[in-house]
Design a protein around this ligand. Structure first.
Ligand code: PMP
Length: 353
């Protein structure tokens, strides 16, 4: 989806700023690779295609036997309770965080200890560690965190790596890895490698590489054994042939990915500046989205933006004084999308105040 869907008569154009997709299409070589692979879809895919694993090994610096390819990083999140044997046990995640963690925990009867993020929207490492109970089987922490956007520092990742008991799985979620690096974030991998207990970090082709529609993600595991366990739990052929071909081609066009990330990051700063100028207080973001608490007088801002044709995501954050505060997350789109957000905010907030 590269832009607004054409409107009919009076309906405003719809801008998809609710799913953290890339506003830009993938590299031309990726589209060509998908077309070529389409001619061979009579055959089952090869998820552990040596070309893709080799390219991922080069990209990450990790040996291919420790890499697991999945149908989006979502698939790995669905496997986590099986990988860590967490059925009926407990887990720790930041609050708010990517909702799939809680959804999957529900399927496996897992008690979730949600730990409020800090005032700047970043996961609170010390509070996360303090929330770990003997019944926990895993601790899951995204950096940048979705929906707030903040990154952990090297020191915080070190504390997490050392502090999560060795009997538990540490899942570090780097769906927005390339954006985090572009924003000056630390490379977490060498720090994770110091951990004595098991860990996994998952990443996505849906964001920086613009392949959300194809479903491709990968996970780096602390050991080849752990990667093998995840591979064994994956449904057969869950990663489709077009995604495999696209992944190989996308990794062969790093300059396209970097240009996409740079453009989106510049637009993110313009969006954040505009939100601040409108009297809002966006969280610092190192991802492809910006979130902010909704001032009381603004009512249901997400619904009001939807009425203006801007799709966003509404969520709740724990308030400083207890209770929950409404917040909105806006995906960074094109320059035109940002302008449309500014216009819509002026229109719908102006009418409320
Ligand atoms: N983790 C986080 C933190 C996310 O925000 C997302 C997507 N929004 C995912 C995982 C899953 O991404 P995908 O399945 O598209 O790779």
């Amino acid at each position: 989806m590269t832009g607004p869907i054409a409107s009919k008569t009076t309906t405003p154009a719809v801008r998809r700023l609710h799913l953290n997709e890339s506003p830009l299409p993938p590299a031309p070589g990726v589209v060509a690779a998908i077309a070529a692979a389409a001619a061979r879809v009579n055959r089952y895919p090869e998820p552990d295609c040596p070309l893709l694993l080799g390219a991922l090994s080069d990209y990450t610096g990790v040996s291919a036997d420790r890499i697991v390819v999945t149908s989006g990083s979502n698939e790995l999140l669905h496997l986590l309770p099986l990988i860590s044997d967490a059925h009926g046990a407990e887990m720790v995640v930041p609050d708010p965080s990517f909702p799939t963690y809680r959804k999957v925990a529900g399927f496996f009867d897992i008690t979730v200890h949600g730990v409020p993020v800090m005032a700047d929207g970043r996961p609170d490492v010390d509070a996360l560690l303090a929330a770990v109970t003997p019944g926990c089987r895993m601790v899951c922490v995204p950096s940048p965190n979705n929906p707030t956007g903040g990154l952990l520092s090297a020191d915080e990742i070190e504390r997490l790596v050392a502090g999560v008991p060795e009997t538990m799985l540490l899942h570090f979620d780097e769906a927005y890895y390339e954006f985090g690096r572009q924003a000056g974030g630390v490379e977490a991998l060498p720090i994770l490698e110091k951990r004595k207990g098991p860990w996994m970090t998952s990443r996505s082709f849906s964001k920086a590489f613009g392949l959300a529609g194809l479903r491709l993600g990968y996970t780096i595991a602390s050991s080849a054994d752990l990667a093998r366990r995840a591979r064994g739990l994956r449904p057969n052929f869950s990663v489709n042939a077009l995604a495999v071909a696209a992944g190989v081609a996308a990794l062969a066009a790093p300059e396209h990915m970097r240009a996409t990330v740079a453009q989106v990051a510049a637009e993110r700063e313009r969006l954040s500046d505009g939100l601040r100028a409108a009297g809002l207080a966006p969280f610092p973001s190192a991802a492809n989205f910006v979130a902010f608490p909704v001032p009381e007088g603004d009512g249901d801002l997400a619904a009001r933006l939807t009425a203006q044709g801007i799709l966003t995501t509404a969520f709740q954050i724990p308030g400083q004084l207890g209770g929950q505060v409404a917040a909105v997350r806006i995906t960074v789109g094109t320059r035109e999308d940002t302008d449309a957000v500014f216009e819509a905010l002026a229109a719908c907030r102006g009418s409320e105040r």
